[in-house]
Design a protein around this ligand. Structure first.
Ligand code: GLY
Length: 381
């Protein structure tokens, strides 16, 4: 393998062209910075967001153990519509943003108990989902033949993550910045006041100088060697299905076992498994069967749809399942570990990191997500 050093020096190098990397890139170009995004695959093929369904559900997905994450999620949901409109305007591309609302439905007594527990917890957090009866569900969504009750979250939204990825990328390149694909970054070296980024491209090892580096490589972030950084990252595999046919639903529908995300163009996304199996890329028949069984239990009409795709994505999970957003050391920023919430958290991550990079302002919302929080533990290990 040959080694070459590029003479070109970039202002900001963003490692990762998935949802978070591109959202940060779009924010920085809006603020007048020039960025170079380095993406390992072509067309963000490995991005978790290509598999993601695109639920924007800070209330429905509120996590029991992390109030800081709920706060960050609500802050992101609050700016989402305006952010999506801005990206659509700057790129000239539709993002599929929709005010769908979520119905969380029970198909039997155990589901009902789980949903009651979720509702009590949401209530404690000051969130107020509305209970809905079997009859009300039937009126809202006649195709949900087996629902016995549940809750409704009218404020939840959805977006099409694939369209959003394309729009973010177009936003960045239209502004004159670069998205370079097929580039696998292996290390970030501190080089005085700047950084030397080492990467492999077409069989050759190359390097590039960057004033600032943003590490946003999702589940692969732990594979980039960087002085002053310790990220205990693991991939949590998710399989999801894309079906197509008659539109059966108007809300996003969840049971405790499956979620169903309808789009206006007739697509229905069914998700998703949670698997601890490293970067295993096989689509297993049993998992597809389980998703279809749970989907048809809730929505019998799924049987008539055409199965278009079985997708696999790798959620980036840090040990505490919280994202890492902020400065790792001078000149090195981190935006990764968004686990199940990358699509929802993209705007707030971009906005707050933009404030930090361009104005030196650290929002208190970021306090729980410092990238250095694992440093001492990793050093002892
Ligand atoms: N946010 C949904 C999932 O990770 O499956």
């Amino acid at each position: 393998m040959s080694t070459a050093t590029e003479s070109r020096s970039v202002d900001v190098c963003i490692i990762g062209g998935g949802m978070i990397g591109l959202a940060v890139a779009a924010e920085l170009v809006r603020r007048g910075r020039e960025v170079c995004v380095l993406e390992a695959t072509v067309g963000s093929a490995d991005a978790a967001a290509r598999t993601a369904a695109g639920m924007l559900a800070p209330v429905s997905e509120a996590d029991l153990s992390h109030p800081e994450l709920t706060r960050l999620s609500l802050a992101s949901a609050a700016i989402y519509e305006q952010w999506a409109q801005d990206i659509a305007a700057r790129s000239g591309l539709d993002t599929g943003y929709e005010a769908t609302g979520t119905l969380i439905v029970a198909l039997h007594r155990d589901h009902m108990a789980e949903i009651e527990h979720l509702r009590a917890f949401q209530h404690d957090r000051g969130l107020a989902p509305e209970p809905v009866t079997r009859r009300e569900i039937r009126e809202l969504e006649p195709a949900l033949a087996n629902a016995i009750g549940g809750i409704r979250v009218p404020g939840d939204r959805q977006i099409d993550p694939r369209r959003l990825l394309a729009a973010l990328r177009e936003t960045v390149t239209r502004a004159g910045s670069t998205v370079r694909e097929g580039v696998r970054v292996t290390a970030i070296h501190s080089d005085g006041p700047s950084n030397l980024v080492e990467f492999e491209e077409q069989g050759a090892t190359q390097t590039m100088h960057a004033q600032l580096v943003v590490l946003a490589a999702g589940a692969w972030s732990g594979q980039v060697a960087a002085s002053g950084l310790a990220l205990p990252m693991r991939p949590v595999k998710g399989q999801a299905l894309r079906l197509r046919g008659e539109r059966l639903l108007h809300h996003v529908v969840r049971t405790p076992d499956v979620y169903l995300v309808p789009r206006t163009d007739g697509e229905l996304v069914v998700g998703a498994t949670m698997e601890e199996n490293g970067f295993d890329r096989d689509s297993r028949a049993g998992d597809v069967l389980d998703l279809l069984v749970e989907a048809t239990r809730a929505l019998p009409g799924v049987r008539e749809l055409t199965l278009m795709e079985c997708n696999i994505g790798f959620r980036p999970a840090l040990r505490d399942h919280l994202p890492a957003i902020g400065e790792a050391r001078p000149g090195l920023m981190v935006a990764t570990g968004h686990f199940r919430d990358g699509v929802l958290l993209a705007p707030i991550t971009a906005r707050l990191l933009g404030d930090l990079i361009c104005d030196g302002r650290s929002d208190p919302l970021l306090a729980a997500f410092a990238p250095g929080r694992f440093q001492a533990v990793e050093a002892r290990a």
